[in-house]
Design a protein. Structure first.
Length: 288
């Protein structure tokens, strides 16, 4: 089976902040990574004013290298998180709160021994459309309900999303975000991620896919997948077709028009910021 990246896109959510997404690919795999910075003072990983950007870049570099060496996906996650944990330990004099740690979701598509396998942690998404017209969507954490409810309450208090910078979130929002983040990467918690918890490797969501070939796949961070699950402009098949026919750059422009021209205040589509980082890879899947 042959995977070929035929288009790629990454857009920062704001020109004032680092892009906390990353992506990469090898001869038989591709992935996107979506970082989220810690919710406390100080930078625990890196020095780019965003420990999530540093985490995403570090994870992408090591993920690519370990894929090229043939490591299993769980080995890759365990290795990355072990290294990040050591970095955090070296940067802090005492263990940080869970909500202080940067985290990152990822979704991977990989050809393994003639099979097509997708694996991930967090809220990135894989869309696949095959030659028979079938389309599938895969995401380990597909629901945005709780986050959207929190965003709606925040927007109501602020009387508009455009009046809020990330650093200006009110105390109630920050407290709720910290309470949720503190449960990440814990037994019984809502989410496991790339970050400082090696045990996340035991919680990777994986599935074998059997699309009729040739097929086209689209890997997306949640900021790009919002075209489907938040803004409802496309279904899975429609998004893949639009990416194939019109290109990812045009879809990125459409995404930003929705956010900056049609709903800058977040009234129609409650969200935590006007625009999120948005990353996508368009991939051709063919029988080798």
């Amino acid at each position: 089976m042959k995977l070929t990246v035929i288009d790629s896109l990454t857009l920062p959510g704001s020109p004032q902040r680092p892009n906390e997404d990353a992506s990469g690919w090898t001869a038989d795999a591709a992935f996107v990574i979506d970082g989220a910075t810690g919710l406390g003072p100080g930078i625990l990983v890196g020095n780019d004013n965003s420990d999530a950007a540093s985490l995403a870049a570090f994870a992408a570099l090591n993920m690519t290298a370990m894929l090229e060496r043939g490591h299993a996906t769980d080995e890759i996650v365990r290795g990355i998180n072990t290294l990040v944990g050591r970095i955090v330990g070296a940067m802090t004099s005492e263990p940080p709160h869970g909500w202080q740690l940067p985290v990152a979701g990822f979704q991977m598509l990989r050809a393994e021994d003639g099979r097509l396998v997708t694996s991930g942690l967090g809220d990135c998404t894989l869309f696949v459309a095959d030659t028979e017209g079938n389309a599938t969507t895969t995401s380990p954490h597909p629901s945005r309900g709780a986050e959207n409810a929190l965003a709606a309450a925040m927007i109501e208090r602020a009387r508009g999303l455009s009046k809020l910078a990330v650093a200006d979130r009110d105390a109630a929002t920050v407290e709720a975000l910290r309470a949720s983040r503190a449960r990440f990467n814990t037994p019984g918690g809502p989410l496991w991620t790339l970050g400082a918890a090696p045990d996340a490797a035991d919680h990777i969501a994986s599935a074998t896919l059997t699309p009729a070939l040739p097929a086209t796949a689209l890997l997306a961070s949640d900021g790009f997948a919002a075209l489907v699950d938040t803004y409802r402009r496309y279904d899975a098949a429609g998004l893949v077709a639009a990416a194939r026919d019109r290109g990812l750059d045009e879809l990125g422009s459409e995404l930003r028009r929705i956010e900056h021209e049609q709903d800058p205040e977040g009234q129609a589509f409650p969200r935590m910021k006007i625009s999120d980082d948005a990353t996508a890879l368009l991939i051709s899947i063919q029988q080798s």
